[in-house]
Write a protein that binds this ligand. Structure first.
Ligand code: GCO
Length: 478
């Protein structure tokens, strides 16, 4: 597979997020984020690590942009740390050092002809907003998020034209409010990592405020920036593919419920102005409703693109009629997710739990999003292969990663050829980095990072990507 099999304007890039790479957690007037605080709590991160330093990208960003330049990417997907730009949320000043940091990144990208593809929220927020009013559980967050979005559009929008308002809100909600495994570490589900309080509605409330925060940011962009800056705004969603465990009507329905409870819950409101009917059917009035005014705001803000983060495919079993709820269920969806059937895995296992190599899943998910959302433009905003932690000598020859990308890209090029409006593909990740719950135990990078010396070394996959992206391959198309 080579880039000539994709349309000439198709963007290829790499992706990162601020908390996972920046470090510098107290540098440049930044305040503590919810993830700073959470990762410092004992027992939350598997290897007992934190991201105080991480890849030290805060200090080494130029070197990292140089690595991207060597790869020959068209675009770079990264996120802005809210706690750097507005350390006190809307209760304090805009931090000029934070603005300067991201300005430097954006300018360094542009002189190398790399397009910035910016995420406003990749899970992290100033801890102050958690302490003061409970972040996503309060409608007050809309004011803060809207203000943060506006500050970013104003400061960077003259050069940034791709805005992902949220990254994987579905992961944020499931981990943060159902399982308690991400901040704020709340459980509304009997199988979570903390004691089960009387809080079964919290995920629905938090999502409601998050979706309305998106709508607020979109409204601000459409009203004040769209015409002048001409950018696209979208959402990025964690989007596995699901296959029925048994070819039974119950399991096939369970697949539809999984897609609704995991993906459409967050995307339907931003396209159709309401939650998915499949969810309403199960939840009735436990699911909040949008007022006429909110619905109007949602519809006017409408997404310009949907970002699909795709890594894995899982089997889905129905639990509505047989009881099988576990941590691998999607809350109230009455489903059970697994990668295993009859002693065999759905695809090759990777170092990441539940991440299996199933290239056909790319076709499944892209086709689902295309059909459900009338071929709204899409980007594959993440796709990547997890290696276990290991010494450099065992990590550089990552032929499995190369194979993974080749196979997923081959399927993607077919789906695009068949008419899916996918406009770009980002490899997760440029660098090995802080992998949330797993700390430094799992490596997704095209570049190996020695977390002692911070030295970056290209893996074989970096060389492969460079070759894949080469001009010769671009020309082969014609
Ligand atoms: C996200 C993802 C990334 C992860 C990657 C591997 O929120 O976009 O969680 O940050 O590092 O998906 O798990």
């Amino acid at each position: 597979v080579h880039r000539g099999q994709f349309p000439p304007s198709f963007l290829f890039g790499t992706a990162t997020s601020s908390f996972q790479i920046e470090g510098g957690y107290l540098q440049g007037n930044k305040s503590l984020s919810n993830w700073d605080v959470f990762s410092h709590m004992p027992g939350k991160i598997e290897d007992g690590s934190n991201a105080d330093v991480a890849d030290d990208h805060y200090n080494l960003f130029l070197e990292d942009i140089q690595l991207m330049h060597s790869l020959g990417v068209d675009a770079y997907r990264f996120s802005i740390a809210w706690s750097r730009v507005l350390p006190q949320g809307r209760f304090g000043e805009v931090n000029s050092e934070g603005i300067e940091f991201y300005n430097n990144i954006i300018d360094a990208l542009l002189v190398r002809d790399i397009k910035p593809f910016v995420t406003l929220n990749h899970y992290d927020l100033p801890q102050l907003l958690e302490d003061r009013y409970g972040s996503w559980l309060s409608s007050e967050i809309q004011l803060d998020f809207g203000y943060f979005a506006q500050v970013c559009f104003e400061a960077f929008g003259d050069r940034v034209t791709y805005w992902s308002i949220f990254n994987e809100p579905n992961v944020l909600i499931y981990h943060g409010y159902l399982l308690g495994t991400y901040p704020p570490g709340r459980c509304s589900y009997p199988f979570g990592n903390c004691s089960y309080g009387d809080s079964a509605l919290e995920p629905y409330i938090a999502t409601h405020n998050l979706v309305l925060s998106h709508a607020t940011a979109a409204e601000i962009y459409r009203k004040y920036y769209q015409e002048k800056q001409g950018g696209m705004i979208g959402i990025v969603i964690s989007a596995p593919w699901f296959e029925p465990y048994d070819d039974s009507p119950a399991d096939r329905l369970a697949v539809q419920r999984s897609l609704a409870f995991y993906i459409a819950w967050f995307v339907d409101p931003l396209v159709y102005g309401d939650y998915p009917p499949e969810m309403r059917q199960v939840l009735g009035s436990r699911l909040p409703t949008y007022s006429a005014e909110e619905r109007k705001k949602l519809l006017e803000g409408k997404l310009d693109f949907i970002g699909v983060n795709h890594y894995t495919t899982l089997y889905v079993k129905d639990c509505m009629f047989s009881s099988c709820a576990s941590p691998y269920s999607l809350g109230d969806a009455f489903v059970y997710l697994t990668g295993e059937k009859d002693g065999a895995y759905i695809g090759e296992r990777t170092a990441m739990p539940l991440f299996f190599v199933v290239p056909r899943g790319m076709e499944g998910i892209v086709t689902y999003v295309k059909e459900r959302y009338n071929n709204t433009p899409m980007f594959i905003t993440e796709n990547g292969y997890a290696q276990p932690a290991g010494a450099i000598k065992d990590s550089l020859n990552d032929t499995k990663r190369i194979e993974y990308h080749e196979n997923y890209l081959a399927v993607l090029s077919e789906v695009v050829r068949k008419g899916a409006d996918v406009r770009g593909y980002f490899i997760w990740s440029l660098l090995d980095n802080f992998e949330w719950l797993y700390g430094y135990l799992i490596r997704f990078g095209l570049h190996y990072v020695d977390f002692q010396t911070l030295k970056r070394t290209p893996k074989w996959s970096a060389t492969w990507y460079t070759e894949f992206l080469s001009e010769d391959n671009k020309i082969r198309a014609i």
